[in-house]
Design a protein around this ligand. Sequence first.
Ligand code: COA
Ligand code: ZN
Length: 313
Amino acid sequence: MSDKVIITEVGLRDGLQNQPNPVSTQQKLAMANALINAGVTHLEATSFVHPKLVPQMADAADVLAGLASTSNDLNVSVLVPNMKGYERAKENGVKSVGVVVASTDTFNLKNLNMTTDKAASICQQVIEQAKLDGLATRVYISGACVCPYEGKTPVDVTLGLTEKMIATGADEISISDTVGGGNPQQIIDILTPLVEQFGPERFNLHLHDTRGQALAMAWAGITLGIRRFDSSIGGLGGCPFAPGASGNVATEDIVYMLQEAGLDTGIQLGALKTAVEVSAQATGQSLGGSIYHWMLSQEKLKQDKEARENPCI
Ligand code: COA
Ligand code: ZN
């Protein structure tokens, strides 16, 4: 099995969409640059959603224009909720779009103002059009473990939506624990039949860390051959339509875990520390996963040791 892991940094979209303080385009680009400097190659940069519902994403076109001049090697994707979002993304030169369908009617209605059937059929329309246009597609199966309104999601519901999206031609499926209410056993229950049927390559895990289960769930995915994960710098984020959800698993935490296990993310842990600090400044939030705080304490220990060894300077 491959030791290469693709981390998609979703802090700029999933992380920022719910922030109370406005974050300027320039600050978003500063965050992106810090992440790119750390070796991030896959970035979900923004979403083309209704700007009144999610004002933090109103500058989607400007963020993309800013990123276009940043790096040729960057794989930029955006989230679109419908065909209008898709058309806006295409006009702005996007090569990869994410669409979303949640596991229950209540969640889909709150998030997208559509039933599950309608949301699934919109996803299918976007996938079909993207295929004609040569764009890559990812489908978020949101609330794959737990719905914030209806509770635990039956495995068959998540499997049914996933199979429908694969049959339509989705390139990637992101099994998403949007509220961070899942556990490792659920990941095994969901992914075992999917990996058996389709192989592990097309699956991604999107795990919020609300109850501290995200790394264990990611590891359950690793044991099944999954090599694609989303994460958010410093654990930034939450979903405006999923009450009680905290941010995605912190990028520095998952990179550390994978690195220690001998897996290759291509991301430099030390440079992620700077990216956490840039993001904290941009959002006015105190950020950082366990590994950020561990890196800070290591730095402090080193400084104290140097001060003891060189008492005169
Ligand atoms: N981008 C910008 N504007 C959009 C849009 C999009 N993707 N989709 C619809 N609109 C506009 C329409 O043009 C219309 O504008 P008008 O009133 O000036 O004519 C208005 O929104 C209403 O259109 P409608 O199709 O009825 O949308 P809606 O009100 O039912 O909302 C969504 C549907 C999907 C656009 C909205 O629920 C949404 O943006 N949800 C995303 C939520 C989100 O980001 N969640 C977190 C990530 S999963
Ligand atoms: Zn999310």
